[in-house]
Design a protein around this ligand. Structure first.
Ligand code: IMP
Ligand code: MG
Length: 183
């Protein structure tokens, strides 16, 4: 096991890159079977999903497209609170099968929001492919069709995920090491 220090906090290896690759391959296999002939559009939600999206797409062998979006948060009026808007979507997605590619589904706020926006744009069928899923934190009802790895409610970094901007470049996934992090 190895550890890294990010912003003064110690993280230890939790999921190795070979385990990640195996889990990603499983998801790709399901997608290749389920969405054959659907010509899906994969929509990777940046920044966190960039590594998962790249590895997943290398293993998807059906006819498909990929594009990238961001979820921008901004303060609305006091009555509406925080508004999340999907930006960067240039494709005509009416009537299509869209696979949202996410790094992690935690409470599900983000994914539900993206789901609602895509529905409003007339998408025929939406699937969610996430590298990580925290079922104990999930509060929504949107189905998480393809979850590569299910994890407890720990805070993790690496393979696209960050802690205050750092750690996205790590090849493995790390978890906060509470034992060695008593500060
Ligand atoms: P949700 O909207 O609560 O599902 O959270 C989704 C977003 O929170 C993800 O896209 C991540 O950016 C961030 N997030 C949630 N859990 C973690 C974690 O353990 N490590 C790093 N980022 C996380
Ligand atoms: Mg994300």
């Amino acid at each position: 096991m190895s550890s890294v220090v990010i912003h003064g906090h110690t993280f230890k290896t939790k999921i190795s890159s070979s385990e990640i690759q195996k889990a990603v391959a499983e998801v790709a296999k399901l997608i290749n079977k389920d969405l054959k002939d659907k010509k899906p559009l994969f929509l990777a939600v940046l920044n966190g999903s960039f590594m998962f999206a790249a590895d997943l797409m290398k293993k998807v062998n059906i006819e498909c497209e990929i594009s990238f979006v961001k979820v921008a948060s901004y303060e609305g009026t006091s009555s509406t609170g925080k508004i999340k808007q999907l930006i960067g979507l240039n494709e005509d997605i009416k009537g299509r099968t869209v696979v949202i590619v996410e790094d992690i589904v935690d409470t599900g706020n983000t994914i539900e929001n993206v789901w609602d926006q895509l529905k409003a744009l007339g998408v025929a069928d939406i699937k969610i492919a996430t590298l990580l899923f925290k079922p104990n934190a999930y509060t929504k009802t949107v189905p998480i069709e393809y979850a590569a790895i299910v994890i407890p409610n720990d805070f993790i970094v690496g393979y696209g995920l960050d802690y205050k901007g750092l750690g996205r470049n790590l090849e493995d996934i790390y978890v906060l090491d509470y034992e060695n992090d008593k500060k």
